[in-house]
Design a protein around this ligand. Sequence first.
Ligand SMILES: Nc1nc2c(ncn2[C@@H]2O[C@H](COP(=O)(O)OP(=O)(O)OP(=O)(O)O)[C@@H](O)[C@H]2O)c(=O)[nH]1
Ligand SMILES: [Mg+2]
Length: 218
Amino acid sequence: MVYYETRGAELTSEQLEAGRLLFASQCDFVAAANNMPTLPPISLPEVSFAGRSNVGKSSLVNALTGRKTLARTSRTPGRTRQLIFFELAQRLQLVDLPGYGYASAPKAEIKAWTDLTRKFLAGRTSLKRVFLLIDSRRGIGRADMEIMELLDNTAVSWAAVLTKADKLKPEEFEVVCEATETTISSHVAAFPELFITSSERGDGVEHLRGHLAMFAKN
Ligand SMILES: Nc1nc2c(ncn2[C@@H]2O[C@H](COP(=O)(O)OP(=O)(O)OP(=O)(O)O)[C@@H](O)[C@H]2O)c(=O)[nH]1
Ligand SMILES: [Mg+2]
């Protein structure tokens, strides 16, 4: 079994400890928003988790916070239908976004939540970074490319995260990593490090916690 922590720079033990402490602190549900007027007011720095439906956004929020049921996950794609805000230690907000590319919901509903997600990504001033999750078994798809362009065009800093690392053999995984790194290197607003995670096995979770702690208010 290969356990992946990072392909980028390793964090110092102080940075990892800061992440551990932040994610061990109180984590509260703040709000679930269906539309722009119901978004919670801007207060803390925010990071959000975006990506195709079923890529593992809610599972990653749960793995990071060490709470199995904080964010609702499902075998049925399209489970997260609102923007869900969580607050950590009154220092950082995590935003679990609805997935895109889910085809079986009513069309009007899909349009409403896709529009809301796009508006949020493009206009939220407290958003420090968007973590764009890519399922390692699927790689980057057309819908992901559209979101990357939106983020580039609105100058929102984003980073790619390969999820479900437990699902691939090391040699298959290497191919996806290289392809994803090539794509991110051509995007102006992309953070250069590719994050790797498995919410099932815990790969990359400590590293990501340490990284996210850098955005938290002191
Ligand atoms: N093997 C494995 N399965 C995972 C992992 N992360 C998530 N899953 C599974 O993938 C499915 C979807 O996970 P969710 O976390 O609900 O995905 P989501 O991106 O929040 O989906 P939407 O809310 O529909 O956009 C669930 O069955 C999870 O158990 C992982 O790291 N490894
Ligand atoms: Mg979800």
